[in-house]
Design a protein around this ligand. Structure first.
Ligand code: SF4
Ligand code: SF4
Length: 305
């Protein structure tokens, strides 16, 4: 009989798609409700109020501190919900809620259907390596530095989830959208034509801000090579990953992986070698490399060389 775990892994992607659609619908419903004078829910994915509970994107709070050079305690407290979720489950906000990822997945699905042959050629089963975590933190660090030096809200200009939800609200309440939506459209066009999913993989400050709070015991992909029955040198799970990561290389998977679970669901039809778990090391003893975990660890390592 199918265990609860197997049942969950098989349907994981279906649950995720439902949450994506529901969260997008929620952010369309908020301005409609506000228009009718119901203000229990107010806001966007920059910041949201549910009754008396204020929730803010940690990166937006960081930007406010950098630009105002002041620490406002209620604002700091507003990050606890996303921080706790990221600490427990990693960047699941990205794969389950963020509308930029939802749109990108829909475009991927259309491309895969319309250009099936080319899709297979480009997203073949050849195995690859995960990029070094330093690139991820370097880009995030540069964005923070530019925000502080230029004194402009660059992180807000680059927050795709904030832009999409605030544009949706503007479109519904004021019947127009601002030019910032061009960033989202530009990213989608470049991703569709040239570099699939580059934004979530390398460029987005919101995802990087959440990745900062992932710990060694946060939810992560585990790999058991004893169960892997794919041909040596091949990895269909690699082709399955929207970020073109190598799920079997678990020690170097983070901070890039956003725990969407597509590789885990795929592997259910193969050897069931990929699963999710909360322990620092997977069954093969692949613990996350310290150097890959956090930017400050990168700095510590380079100092001691
Ligand atoms: S990385 Fe940014 S744009 Fe991509 S899913 Fe996460 S928050 Fe959204
Ligand atoms: S490695 Fe797996 S869980 Fe991580 S982003 Fe890729 S498909 Fe999703």
């Amino acid at each position: 009989m199918e265990t609860t775990e197997r049942h969950f892994y098989r349907r994981l992607n279906r649950y995720r798609r439902w949450v994506q659609v529901l969260s997008l619908s929620l952010f369309a419903a908020i301005p409609v409700l506000n228009g009718y004078g119901i203000h229990t829910l107010i806001g966007t994915l920059y910041s949201l109020s549910i009754g008396d509970l204020d929730i803010a994107d940690p990166v937006m709070v960081l930007q406010t501190v950098l630009l105002s050079r002041q620490i406002y305690v209620p604002l700091l407290l507003a990050v606890w919900v996303p921080v706790v979720i990221a600490w427990l489950f990693g960047r699941v906000f990205c794969s389950w809620v963020c509308p930029q990822n939802t749109l990108s997945e829909w475009i991927d699905a259309v491309q895969q259907r319309l250009f099936a042959r080319r899709w297979k050629q480009v997203h073949h089963f050849k195995y690859g390596k995960n990029p070094h975590a330093a690139w991820y933190w370097l880009i995030f660090g540069l964005l923070i530095l530019l925000t502080a030096v230029l004194g402009v809200p660059l992180l807000a200009y680059l927050s795709a989830p904030g832009i999409i939800t605030s544009s949706l609200s503007q479109a519904i309440l004021q019947h127009h959208v601002g030019v910032e939506i061009l960033l989202v459209l530009g990213v989608l066009v470049v991703e569709a034509a040239i570099f699939r999913r580059f934004w979530c993989k390398y460029g987005c400050p919101v995802g990087a801000g959440l990745a900062l709070f992932q710990g060694r015991r946060s939810l992560r992909v585990h790999f058991n090579s004893d169960l892997c029955d794919c041909k040596p040198g091949t990895a269909p799970c690699y082709a399955e990953c929207p970020l073109h990561l190598a799920p079997k290389e678990t020690a170097t998977l983070y901070p890039y992986c956003f725990n969407c679970g597509l590789c885990v669901t795929f592997c259910e039809k193969a050897g069931r070698a990929l699963t999710f778990g909360f322990s620092a090391a997977d069954p093969m003893g692949n613990a996350p490399r310290d150097i890959d975990s956090k930017p400050f660890q990168l700095i510590q390592v380079s100092r001691h060389k």
